[in-house]
Ligand binder design. Structure first.
Ligand code: SF4
Ligand code: SF4
Length: 313
């Protein structure tokens, strides 16, 4: 790889682009500006049974709890959008776009480690720690602070040209880097996401009640769904994309350049028969190295039974 010239920030950003990230920006490593909001959100129970958020609140509120002495956070965005093909004729359920290709944790980790290695070569003595989704980090707040995009009313990070179909990742570092500026919020008077959410999970602009969100109900909720929750998931087997699909900034979002994110299920759907008749071995082979593995087979089949019941209403 050719090393760019310029300031250290320009050199790091050029390397991030070379590695394949679509967006990169730098945020200062500091205490969250949204501590009161997060504490109230957790206290009101809107995190549902995501106990890890309560457990790791200190880390969530300050990345320096993850890497003592951290001064900067390099935030990156990686586009995962692939167009979908026509749905199958048979009854089927939907899988959110982010879970259609290879597990992004693995893909992102490799790329982030390459960036962190490069940074340590450039700045001897600097320490780094990489974060992607499963690390307790307020990724969206950091990404917004780094100018990657603004936090939309649907709570996603949105870039004016790239839209919101992107994974976020971070390289936290003890190196002192010049931070970028946040960009403007262009949601304006739009409220398409709020109106389109079928469950009312977006209780107001910028506030998501996870307990009502289909993504949470189909992936994170570890207990049996109540009949009401079963109705809420509609035709989703894993996750939900509705509040992103309706966002005008996603209308012209570019296609991903990452081959690993190419959908294994080109229509973004699995037939219900396929899921309901799946055994452990088939599950393991179909979802090998897939983010869908987060949803174990019994849960996936319970979701499929709910989708089937919803079709019959
Ligand atoms: S992911 Fe689906 S259920 Fe959750 S807030 Fe968005 S539209 Fe609503
Ligand atoms: S749909 Fe409209 S209000 Fe919602 S995030 Fe997109 S631009 Fe903002």
């Amino acid at each position: 790889m050719e090393v760019a010239t310029g300031t250290i920030e320009q050199i790091i950003k050029a390397m991030a682009a070379e590695i394949g990230f679509d967006l990169v920006g730098i945020a200062p490593a500091q205490k969250s500006a949204n501590e009161d909001y997060l504490r109230q959100w957790l206290a009101s129970g809107q995190a549902g049974n995501m106990a890890w958020m309560h457990k790791h609140i200190d880390k969530l509120l300050d990345v320096r709890e993850l890497l003592p002495g951290a001064r900067s956070v390099i935030c990156v965005g990686l586009n995962y959008l692939y167009p979908l093909e026509e749905e199958p004729g048979e009854p089927s359920g939907r899988i959110a776009r982010y879970a259609l290709g290879d597990d992004y944790h693995e893909v992102m980790k490799k790329m982030l480690h390459a960036l962190a290695d490069f940074l340590r070569e450039q700045i001897p003595g600097a320490q780094t720690k990489c974060g992607v989704d499963s690390t307790p980090i307020l990724e969206r707040e950091l990404a917004a602070s780094a100018g990657i995009g603004w936090i939309g009313k649907n709570t996603c990070i949105i870039h004016p040209r790239m839209g919101s179909w992107m994974f976020l990742g971070e390289v936290i570092t003890t190196a002192q880097l010049q931070p970028d500026r946040p960009i403007d919020n262009y949601c304006g008077s739009c409220r398409r996401c709020l109106d389109a959410c079928p469950t009312g999970a977006l209780t107001s602009a910028y506030n998501l009640d996870a307990r009502k969100c289909i993504s949470y109900l189909t992936i994170e909720h570890r207990e049996n769904l109540t009949p009401q929750q079963q109705r809420m998931i509609g035709d989703w087997l894993v996750g939900c994309d509705i509040c992103q699909e309706v966002c005008p900034f996603n209308r012209k979002a570019p296609k991903s350049r990452v081959q690993e994110f190419r959908p294994r299920f080109p229509s973004g759907r699995l037939t219900l028969v396929q899921v309901l008749e799946m055994d452990d071995e088939t599950y393991r082979s179909i979802f090998r190295r897939s983010a869908v593995r987060r949803v174990k087979l019994p849960m996936l089949q319970a979701n499929a039974r709910a989708v089937q019941a919803n079709r019959q209403k």
